[in-house]
Each structure stands twice: as structure tokens, then as C-alpha cells.
Design a protein. Structure first.
Length: 548
């Protein structure tokens, strides 16, 4: 039996002939380091364009720019994977950032999600061929199937999706247990093709996070019950109190599976107010996770990856989501970590300049080979810290897989919500990005001459101050009360509506080195505040920053 990886691309498809390779440019144009909102909006534009008109507008999965150019369907991760990622991202972007969606894109993903759940059993399945029924069952995709249903129920009050969610949760409980795994014999008797994963963490346990989201949105008890079954197995068998990572215990070297389950446990701990579980998440964040990330949240595709600096934006997005939840729980240093992940890695890694992408020959007029460059605007993929391509052996291609677009945009939506939080403790400015809410308007010191905070409602105000700020030169104007510093924040007990609090501090210049423990070699970086000024790129093409 072949694993899911063996089915990554449609084996019947012939890659198009490449035109002579374009001479690549050393540095990209229009690299974003300041606007989460702009990144979300451009990412949604990419997702609006990722359907194959020759396949009833089902989503495309993978892209290749080098050594071949085009967009491709997949026998494992197309309708079963991309539709859930994109529904979760698009509908969250509409809710969190007010993005105006193309409803045709929502409808196409909805139809594709239901197609993937229309097989012999109500689990997330994929077609083995485009003109056939969904029969390929890879447990890795269940997370995405539940995400699709969560998004449709939460943001569209979709009754068909809620019925599917109940059926899927019931089917998982019927065909899977943590002690015996899947009842493969029964599934194959229904005509399904089982595609095994690298253990439970690489498979069904990835679904913990969307189950938590679904319960939070609907109060549907069986969703929480299944989440708790998964959580019990995870803390007993995989995520130990010491926060360590062991390849044999985790059962996989696929880092996105590890990071998304870490995020899932943080979401569950947040939902339940479970301090013991959150402490376990923090322990892994401080220990095991450091074996698979650098100081900017860049993360390789695989644990133990050698001779390549190619990463995966999905992983960094999950690490970001964990940092945001821990920051909300009072670990202020995690907000600082989150800001660097966003400003130094995720925002720059988005494709905003497509001038390096050649259009492939397309004599048959295939939709997946149409406007390939423009359809990549807003995509995310497998970047190095310094650019789209890694030095060394790299990944063997240049690609921007479309599921990663949905995953990263979804994480950026969580970051956009977290810039400012208002609640019983007043208004808290956690991340120093531009944003406007019903309570406050924030102008970032990276886009203006200082940090400006205009209060729209009277009340307490807390502002996180980065740890590198020299408190002796920090100056505050526009507040009638003296601030108190506490846990990394300036706390103003009462700020009147209409007041503009100005907080001035220089963006400190510094140098740092991204560790060679996860990179081919150490990567020197020059910083100004929490922004990259220059980075060593070892002569790579398609880079984000000025070279050192």
C-alpha cells in the first residue's frame, strides 16, 4: 500500500514544457513588513483564484515555479484539504478584518468540501481521479474537513454543515479509538483506499483544534468530548510535562502536524481555563519547539532537515497562534515573539512580486496553466528566512502550495484580532501594528513617527512596550495620568475618549544571529526595533531584505 505522499501529484498528469528560464532578481520588490491587513487581503485574493474551471471549479492544491510551472490537482489533498483551509481563512478574514469576499469562491469551496464528505462514510475523502467518486481516505485531512464545517456553521449558519459535523464526529468515534487506531478492515470493505499517516499525530489528532473551535462556536457537546479523548491521549503518550521532543514518541517528523497540535492544545486549554494543560503547552513552546524553529518563528518542513533552509509558513503560523494565546495568558514575552514572527518572517514571505514567474506554454488551454503568475499574488509557501529560495539543496523546486495560503492567512487573522483586545481590564495594545477598532485607533511606530493611540471610549489603557526599549528615553504625551509599568505594559488608569496618547522611543539598532542548529549555517541579521534591516542571504535569488 502506498502512503499518502506517493499520491502527491496526479500520476497521469504530464508537466508542461518550460520556457527558457528567466534570469532571477536578487531582491524582490514590494516586500511587506508592516501591514497584517494588507497581507490578509492579498492572501484572500489568491484564494479567490485557486479553482480549476476544467474540474467543476474544485480547488487546486500545489504550484510549481521551478523546474516546471503550473498549478496542479492532487489525489490526496485537493477537495479534502484545500477547501477546509480556504473556508476557514476566507470566512475568518471577513469576520476579523472586514475583507469583502467573492461569494463564488466561498460557494466553490463549500461545494468541494461537501464533495469530499459524500463518500461511503462521512469522513473527509478525496477523489482518486477527477471524474470519479471520493474514495481516498487519508486521516491527515480530517483537520481540514472539520475546519470547513466549523467555518460554514460559525460564519454562514449553514445547517447542512452542522449536520455533516455531527455525522463526521460520530464516524470518527465509530471507526477510530486512540488505543486501536482506525478499523481499516471495515473502511476498506466500504470501498475506501486507506492512505496511512506517520502515526496518530500526523493523522486524526490534527483535528483537535477545529473541534475546539466548533464547540466554542456551537456548544455541541460531542465535539468537546472527542477533543478531550484526543487531549487525554496526547498528554499521556506524547506531550510530556518537561516539554521535550522525541521523534519516536511523537511518531512523525512532519513539523506542521506537531505545531498545529500544539496550537490545538493551547486552544483547548484556553477554552477550559486549564492552567495545567497551558503549562504543558508553554513547556513544549520553550523546549521541544526550539528544536524546530529559529528566533523569527521560521520552521523547517521536517524535523532534522539537512542541507536546506526551506521552511513552511504553516508551521510559523501555528507557532504564532500559540504565542498569541500564551501572550493573552500573561506571558508578555510571547507577544514579543509573535511580533517578530509576523514582521520578520510571515509578512515578508508572502508573494507580492510575481515578475520572476514565467507563464508556461499552454497549447491545450488548460485552466490550471492560465495566468499562473497573477494567481500566485498573495500566496505563501516554503521560504528560507532570507528569501523564497533556499541555498544548498533546497526543496528541489520552488513552490507555493495553496493549502499553505489558507493556513497562514488564518493565523494572520488571529494576529489581527490580537493587536488590540478590549475587555474588563480596559483596552490592551499587544502588538505594534496599525489597526482601528470600535474602541481605539493605533498608529505603529514603524509607519509613523511614534506610537499613536487614539481612544474612542474612555477607560483604562495598557500598551505593551518591547523589551529592547530604553525606558530612560521613553516619552509619553497626551495622557492626563502617569502610567504604571507592569508585566511589560504601560498602564494608564483612565484615558478620556478623544485623547491621543503618544509614546515615543527610538527603534533600537541591534545585531543578532539566527541559529545554525536549524539552518545550514548561522544567519547574521541587522535589526531596527523588531524589523529586519539587512540579512545574510549567501547569494540566493528572490530575497526579502537588503544583504549584509
Amino acid at each position: 500500500m502506498r502512503s499518502a505522499a506517493a499520491f502527491l501529484l496526479d500520476p497521469s498528469y504530464s508537466f508542461p514544457t518550460l520556457k527558457p528560464e528567466t534570469a532571477y532578481m536578487p531582491k524582490l520588490k514590494d516586500v511587506n513588513t508592516t501591514s497584517i491587513l494588507a497581507a490578509i487581503e492579498l492572501g484572500c485574493g489568491c484564494m479567490h483564484n485557486m479553482f480549476d474551471a476544467d474540474d467543476d471549479d474544485c480547488p487546486l492544491f500545489s504550484s510549481r515555479i521551478k523546474p516546471t510551472t503550473g498549478l496542479y490537482w492532487c489525489t490526496v489533498h485537493a477537495e479534502a484539504h484545500v477547501s477546509g483551509r480556504h473556508l476557514n481563512a476566507l470566512l475568518n478574514a471577513e469576520d476579523a478584518a472586514g475583507i469583502v469576499l467573492e461569494e463564488d469562491a466561498v460557494d466553490n469551496n463549500r461545494r468541494s468540501a461537501f464533495l469530499s464528505q459524500s463518500g461511503a462514510v462521512p469522513l473527509t475523502l478525496n477523489r482518486a481521479q477527477q471524474d470519479g467518486p471520493p474514495i481516498n481516505f487519508c486521516p491527515h485531512n480530517l483537520r481540514e474537513g472539520i475546519h470547513a464545517l466549523y467555518a460554514l456553521v460559525t460564519y454562514r449558519e449553514d445547517t447542512k454543515a452542522s449536520a455533516h459535523a455531527a455525522s463526521m464526529i460520530g464516524a470518527i468515534r465509530d471507526y477510530w479509538t486512540p488505543t486501536t487506531s482506525w478499523d481499516i478492515e471495515r473502511l476498506e470493505a466500504l470501498g475506501l483506499v486507506h492512505m496511512p499517516c506517520e502515526g496518530e499525530l500526523n493523522g486524526v489528532l490534527r483535528g483537535l483544534g477545529p473541534l475546539v473551535k466548533y464547540y466554542r462556536a456551537t456548544g455541541y457537546g460531542p465535539a468537546l468530548e472527542l477533543a478531550l479523548v484526543m487531549k487525554n491521549f496526547l498528554v499521556e503518550e506524547i506531550f510530556f510535562e518537561d516539554g521535550s521532543f522525541d521523534r519516536e514518541r511523537f511518531g512523525t517528523n512532519h513539523i506542521h502536524s506537531i505545531t498545529c497540535v500544539t496550537s490545538s492544545l493551547a486552544q483547548l486549554a484556553d477554552l477550559l481555563g486549564d492552567g495545567a494543560l497551558m503549562s504543558r503547552v508553554k513547556a513544549f513552546y520553550d523546549n521541544g519547539l526550539n528544536l524546530m524553529r529559529d528566533a523569527f518563528g521560521w520552521s523547517p518542513e521536517l524535523v532534522g532537515q539537512e542541507a536546506s533552509d526551506h521552511g513552511e509558513c504553516n508551521n510559523s503560523g501555528d507557532i504564532l497562534e500559540v504565542a498569541l494565546i500564551l501572550g493573552r495568558w500573561g506571558y508578555t514575552d510571547c507577544y514579543h515573539d509573535a511580533e517578530r514572527i509576523i514582521r520578520c518572517h510571515l509578512l515578508p514571505a508572502q508573494v507580492r512580486d510575481v515578475s520572476f514567474i514565467d507563464e508556461p506554454d499552454n497549447p491545450d488551454g488548460l485552466d490550471r496553466l492560465r495566468d499562473v503568475a497573477d494567481r500566485h499574488l498573495g500566496s505563501f509557501g516554503f521560504p528560507a528566512p532570507y528569501g523564497h529560495e533556499s541555498v544548498g539543496k533546497g526543496r528541489g523546486n520552488l513552490s507555493f502550495n495553496m493549502d499553505i495560503v489558507g493556513g497562514t492567512v488564518g493565523s494572520l487573522c488571529e494576529a489581527y484580532r490580537e493587536i488590540v483586545r478590549s475587555g474588563p481590564a480596559g483596552t490592551k495594545v499587544n502588538l505594534l501594528f496599525d489597526v482601528e477598532t470600535a474602541d481605539v485607533r493605533v498608529e505603529s511606530p514603524y509607519t509613523h513617527d511614534c506610537l499613536n493611540i487614539e481612544m474612542k471610549r474612555s477607560g483604562p489603557l495598557s500598551v505593551r512596550i518591547p523589551p529592547w526599549v530604553d525606558r530612560d528615553v521613553l516619552a509619553v504625551q497626551g495622557a492626563d495620568v502617569e502610567p504604571l509599568e507592569t508585566n511589560g505594559y504601560l498602564f494608564f488608569s483612565d484615558v478620556a475618549a478623544g485623547s491621543v496618547v503618544q509614546i515615543r522611543f527610538p527603534l533600537a539598532e541591534s545585531e543578532m544571529t539566527l541559529s545554525g542548529d536549524v539552518h545550514i549555517q548561522p544567519i547574521p541579521v541587522k535589526m531596527k526595533g523588531d524589523a529586519v534591516v539587512a540579512m545574510e542571504n549567501f547569494g540566493a535569488d528572490l530575497t526579502f531584505f537588503d544583504a549584509i
